[in-house]
Write a protein that binds this ligand. Structure first.
Ligand code: KIV
Length: 271
């Protein structure tokens, strides 16, 4: 994948075209400059500055504590690295729910202070007014349904959502509402593959899955999970492409040993 300035930028229009052509969309989370540069050069389509930063960057148990200021810091770092990918930023918990004016104000801060290209929020009909208001300022919005980590205290657990008919029906209805309201894409998290396929076939906008089977228009994973930097989190849907936890630990142990045994630095590594 080329990273020259002539590489076509990923826009909402490009994503829509990809869905029409049946080209799968690859999305990963990213939270800092150095990693975002690698993701972009590798050819990732969308970098999500997810509020999962609360877990994997800050070490909180849930996504609830991360602040708008924290998200702006991460997003601005990612944007500085990116030439081609679309950068989508999660609106953190408490910055949009129940108040569409606040949702717009939070989104404007994100767009103005980071240079990102879109925001993402969790929820269906409850956030439709916020989606509408954010869109009125020309800010693209990505939806998020199924398992919504910001509602973990309502759900009680991180188990698969919408297995029952009634919840599945409501999810499909919410997906339709998000599309009608103007979302340019929707993330479906941890729901049955057949329901995700139905939503994907029903909507004209791209549907990106995480733990939602292979029939969605694209996939997203949390970078630290797929690289094996996190260790404990291993749901069925997660494919680990590396074991960086052990690799980094091993490298650090070799370094410690080199320092202690005076093998680092050597003659060539000094002035
Ligand atoms: O915050 C995040 O990383 C997300 C993904 C799980 C989609 O919302």
């Amino acid at each position: 994948m080329s990273n020259s300035s002539t590489a076509r930028r990923i826009t909402t229009h490009v994503l829509f075209e990809m869905k029409l052509k049946g080209e799968k969309i690859a999305m990963l989370t990213g939270y800092d400059y150095s990693i975002a540069r690698i993701l972009d050069e590798a050819g990732i389509d969308i970098i999500l500055v997810g509020d999962s930063a609360s877990n994997v960057m800050a070490g909180y148990e849930t996504t609830l504590p991360i602040t708008l200021e924290n998200m702006i810091y991460h997003a601005a770092s990612v944007v500085r690295a990116v030439k081609r990918a679309m950068v989508v930023v999660d609106l953190p918990f408490g910055t949009y729910q129940g108040n569409s004016k606040e949702a717009l104000a939070s989104s404007i801060r994100i767009m103005k202070e980071t240079g990102a290209h879109a925001v993402k929020l969790e929820g269906g009909y409850q956030v439709a007014e916020s989606v509408e208001r954010i869109l009125s300022a020309g800010i693209p919005v990505m939806g998020h349904l199924g398992l919504m980590p910001q509602s973990i205290h309502k759900f009680g657990t991180y188990v698969v959502r919408a297995k029952e008919q009634e919840e599945a029906r409501r999810l499909l209805e919410d997906a339709r509402i998000l599309e009608k309201t103007g979302c340019f894409a929707v993330v479906l998290e941890k729901i049955p593959a057949r329901l995700a396929e139905e939503v994907t076939n029903t909507l004209k906008i791209p549907v990106i899955g995480i733990g939602a089977g292979s029939k969605t228009d694209g996939q997203v994973l949390v970078l630290h999970d797929m690289l094996g930097i996190t260790k404990e989190f291993s749901p069925r849907f997660l494919r680990r492409y590396h074991n960086l936890y052990d690799e980094i630990k091993g490298a650090v142990q070799v370094y410690i040993s080199d320092v202690r045994t005076l093998s680092f630095p050597n003659e060539k590594e000094q002035y």
